[in-house]
Design a binder for this molecule. Structure first.
Ligand code: ASP
Length: 357
């Protein structure tokens, strides 16, 4: 049993609705500083924790997030890793799932909780969901198991009634307080009268590897969304985007795409030019099964890689991470299909995640 002392939590406030305040002239919500946010949650003092904070200057609407911001967050975590038991990142909901996915790849061997949360209503509003989300996130970041080890040893999103694995999450609603969901992976905890952890779903670290942070994210990647009626010239134009190294192709159903000869030829030519194309379904639930239909099979034969049941957010940030490591297209293709930190379901019995080399 570890020595019982006050949990030490670092809050990293990046912005988002949770800390926003209404501009009296335009009535639009604008990011505001951390003092305003904390002053609105006097209950924090009831938690017997040591809480410190770092804030982005200026705080951002999460639509302005980019890999430099992820680097800033990763650096804050690395610099403070040994001094804190857990981390709470306050973040706008719009791109929260991208940040959660990116950080999961960047923070290799993470064994402490990084809980990302925010809110749909600003913390100063009467019906805010921000207060509850912040308090619960702090409690989860401080939670330990019977051996005194952190209960959560990964990046997770806490929102309203659920804790989700970060790189499995997607923003599902622009209205509901339960705004996030992981459609292909169970919740890590359910929040009701108590916080009920799902032990089976939580990632456990059995090795004692030290945290290793990867700061380079290569942004020469993009989404390409299919729709019935996409023309050859538009498709070819997009595949020929200068500098592009990786494409997340958002396909139909179980990973299906048109079988027209021009379409398959265009995909094959792009793959032959060294572009890595990952097939991810547009459906919110389920994954890619290229062998199920001829249309998916042809796409695979043209050289695309199956993204399995990865979210689009995980697929695009995983490519940024893998290209950022300086890997060749062949190496990226190989690693995309592996689960690096629980972001996809492996059909092999080997487990939920394989080790990075
Ligand atoms: N636009 C806001 C943001 O993502 C929305 C939110 O926080 O919910 O920063």
């Amino acid at each position: 049993m570890k020595h019982k002392r006050k949990p030490r939590i670092l809050i990293i406030y990046t912005g988002g609705t949770i800390g926003m305040i209404e501009n009296s002239e335009t009535k639009a919500l604008e990011p505001f500083d951390f003092t305003h946010l904390i002053d609105n949650v006097p209950k924090i003092k009831m938690l017997d924790y040591v809480i410190e904070n770092i804030q982005f200057d200026p705080p951002l609407d999460s639509s302005d997030m980019n890999p430099d911001c992820w680097v800033q967050m990763a650096r804050a975590i690395e610099d403070n890793y040994d001094n804190f038991d857990g981390f709470v990142v306050l973040h706008g909901t719009d791109t929260m799932a991208y940040t959660a996915s990116a950080l999961s790849f960047m923070l290799e061997n993470l064994s402490k909780p990084v809980i990302i949360t925010g809110s749909q209503l600003p913390i100063g509003e009467v019906r805010t969901d921000g207060e509850e989300n912040l308090i619960t996130a702090l409690q989860i970041a401080a939670a330990t198991d019977t051996k005194g080890e952190p209960m959560v040893q990964e990046i997770a999103i806490l929102f309203e009634n659920y804790l989700w694995r970060g790189n499995r999450s997607t923003k599902m609603s622009a209205d509901n307080f339960n705004a996030f969901k992981s459609n292909n992976y169970p919740s890590l905890a359910k929040i009701g009268l108590g916080i009920h952890f799902n032990q089976e779903a939580l990632m456990r670290r059995h090795d004692n590897k030290t945290l290793s942070v990867h700061y380079r994210m290569d942004t020469n990647v993009m989404f390409l969304e299919l729709h019935p009626g996409i023309t050859e010239s538009i498709f070819e134009y997009l595949l020929s985007t200068p500098g592009i190294k990786g494409i997340v192709l958002r396909t139909f159903g179980t990973g299906n795409a048109p079988t027209y000869p021009w379409f398959i030829r265009a995909v094959k030519n792009a793959v032959d030019r060294g572009i890595v194309i990952v097939n991810v379904t547009q459906c919110v639930n389920g994954g890619v099964h290229p062998k199920r239909y001829v249309s998916g099979d042809r796409l695979a034969a043209a050289g695309t890689i199956s993204g399995n049941d990865m979210t689009s957010e995980a697929a695009i940030t995983k490519m940024m991470y893998l290209f950022g490591l300086g890997l060749s297209p062949e190496e990226v293709r190989e690693r995309i299909e592996q689960s690096l930190c629980g972001e996809l379901t492996l059909s092999s019995p080997a487990g939920q995640y394989s080790l990075r080399v």
